[in-house]
Design a protein around this ligand. Structure first.
Ligand SMILES: Cc1cc2nc3c(=O)[nH]c(=O)nc-3n(C[C@H](O)[C@H](O)[C@H](O)COP(=O)(O)OP(=O)(O)OC[C@H]3O[C@@H](n4cnc5c(N)ncnc54)[C@H](O)[C@@H]3O)c2cc1C
Length: 229
């Protein structure tokens, strides 16, 4: 159990973050006056990691609260290109990416928030050695059910007409992969978590932790977390 105590100082980045995010916050409606006095777990930071952790913990039956010092998705997540390719060199990596993809599809269905664009992945090889590496990725992927095909340069144009194929040897095409909308996925996770009873508070920076009263704290403050609030 974690006790929550005011004040959670607001930060000077608030206005800048508001300019960055055009989407309405998924936590809209919860205000500082609603801050609970206790929670099973407090997640610090409302980026892609924090929002996902919040959802998964709440789904496990815990009473989870997320505190974000600015607006949801105003950290590194906002800058992300969001590419998701499941053809990876390790089995753990492949399974993690496959799980993420299945979550994105389920979240879209569940929340109506657009967060996934299945535009496929192309691994371009300019020589035989690079293609051999990609063929190894394809073989491992096949074991995990990730569909892919090696394309000749002329076939690449039919998948992506803007690729200049003059010096291209071949490519590996993975049609089931795609791009994540970083803002969309955070909003979708927050919406799904709130539907399960989780609470999301924006403009609530965590400025310290009382360790003797703390059992469930997840730090998801991204790269700047060590700087505290
Ligand atoms: C240019 C770029 C391109 C990228 N492309 C990809 C890609 O294609 N695919 C991919 O998978 N990854 C990509 N990444 C990486 C990915 O964006 C990050 O790994 C991911 O967004 C990290 O999420 P996070 O939730 O850990 O951190 P963040 O998104 O930074 O979230 C941390 C949050 O914590 C909040 N916070 C911090 N301290 C406190 C505090 N004390 N109290 C309350 N809140 C606090 C911050 O305001 C912030 O909102 C890219 C990153 C960049 C920069």
């Amino acid at each position: 159990m974690l006790a929550l105590r005011r004040p959670f100082a607001a930060t000077s980045r608030r206005l800048a973050a508001r300019r960055l995010s055009s989407a309405p916050p998924a936590g809209a409606g919860a205000t500082a006056t609603d801050l609970p006095s206790r929670a099973d777990v407090v997640v610090v930071g409302g980026g892609s990691i924090g929002a996902s952790v919040l959802y998964h913990l709440q789904q496990l039956g815990l009473d989870a609260v997320l505190l974000e010092r600015d607006l949801l998705t105003s950290g590194t997540t906002w800058h992300s290109a969001g590419m998701l390719w499941r053809l990876r060199p390790s089995d753990a990596d492949i399974e993690l990416h496959a799980y993420s993809r299945s979550q994105l599809l389920a979240l879209e269905e569940q929340t109506g928030e657009a967060c996934w664009d299945q535009n496929g992945g192309l691994f371009i090889a300019c020589n035989a050695e690079r293609l051999a590496e990609y063929e190894r990725l394809a073989e491992t992927g096949r074991y995990f059910g990730v569909e892919s095909a090696v394309l000749a340069p002329s076939e690449i144009e039919s998948v992506h007409p803007l690729v200049a194929t003059g010096d291209v040897y071949a490519a590996l095409h993975s049609p089931g992969d795609g791009t994540i909308d970083p803002t969309g996925v955070v909003n979708a996770y927050a919406k799904a978590a709130r539907a399960l009873g989780a609470r999301v508070f924006e403009h609530e920076a965590v400025v310290g932790v009382e360790t003797e009263r703390t059992e469930g704290l997840v730090g998801a403050g991204g790269g700047g977390a060590s700087r505290g609030g």
